[in-house]
Write a protein that binds this ligand. Structure first.
Ligand SMILES: CC(C)(COP(=O)(O)OP(=O)(O)OC[C@H]1O[C@@H](n2cnc3c(N)ncnc32)[C@H](O)[C@@H]1OP(=O)(O)O)[C@@H](O)C(=O)NCCC(=O)NCCS
Length: 241
């Protein structure tokens, strides 16, 4: 009875998320269906401490489906893995409800951590084709990870992350400005210095131009008296030295 209701639930999940499905029977052909069924079996064995049996079930499923789910992973309801090939879910990964993963997704560890090494995905997270989510951080609920991204840091809820390394490009309904994710035009200290010198140069040229204008406006007598004053000051300075 429990098994039947599980199958019904799986049919609904796959129909809801894959528009390509035409009939309920096709569900049995989905690698996602097989892999999750085997994962549930393996996870029970894992929780009882039958680690070898658990790994045996999961490795057989991995060979048949291309989806390797470690029996120690914790997975909620409504997981859907589209296409399936090359999906890896690590031992300490935690997946909430209604998660969608595409082919080539890795929920892995960095190799540097101990204990909890794999990510936690909260409810309704979608991880697109080929994306790698690596480390023991959390991806907040309703967030999307773009195809081919490599996510190495915590992601708040309702965000879209793309790129390598992953950058937030959307938070809720707000787009995050593109310059925040510009990884090519990094700050250049030499260019900054040149720009500063250029603006100093402009300022000085403007000052000289103003001074020239003022000099042209002076009358000849003012110029003569100005010259005399300068001569006197120069003489005084010579006397002092
Ligand atoms: C991330 C994704 C889900 C779109 O999410 P979204 O919140 O609607 O984001 P948008 O489409 O508004 O894109 C936001 C920005 O990120 C960029 N972007 C989107 N996906 C990207 C990706 N995978 N890599 C790099 N940049 C990406 C967009 O060009 C856009 O840039 P802009 O702001 O300069 O215009 C989608 O692009 C994606 O990657 N889908 C793949 C689904 C999949 O795996 N399908 C396989 C089926 S077999």
């Amino acid at each position: 009875m429990k098994f039947l209701s599980y199958i019904k639930e799986e049919i609904e999940v796959i129909k809801e998320r894959d528009p390509a499905i035409k009939s309920d029977w096709e569900v049995f052909l989905y690698p996602s269906f097989k892999a999750i069924l085997k994962y549930r079996k393996a996870h029970k064995q894992y929780l009882k401490g039958h680690y070898l049996r658990a790994r045996w079930i999961s490795q057989r499923a991995a060979r048949k489906t291309g989806i390797e789910i470690h029996p120690g992973a914790t997975i909620g309801k409504g997981l859907f893995i589209d296409h399936g090939s090359g999906v890896i879910i690590g031992e300490t990964a935690i997946l909430g409800d209604n998660i969608t993963l595409y082919q080539g997704v890795t929920l892995g560890g960095t190799g540097k951590e101990h204990g909890k090494r794999h990510p936690t995905l909260e409810d309704n997270v979608m991880v697109s084709a080929g994306a790698k989510v690596i480390g023991s951080f959390t991806v907040g609920k309703n967030s999307k990870i773009g195809a081919g991204s490599v996510v190495l840091e915590e992601v708040p809820p309702n965000c879209t992350v793309v790129g390598v390394p992953g950058r937030i490009v959307r938070m809720g309904d707000e787009r995050v400005p593109r310059y925040d994710m510009d990884q090519v035009h990094l700050p250049d200290p030499v260019l900054n210095d040149i720009r500063e010198l250029q603006s100093d140069n402009m300022r000085l040229r403007r000052k000289i131009h103003d001074m020239e204008k003022n000099i042209r406006c002076l009358t000849s007598s003012e110029l003569v008296s100005g010259e005399l004053k300068i001569d006197e000051e120069m003489k005084k300075e010579k006397m002092k030295s």
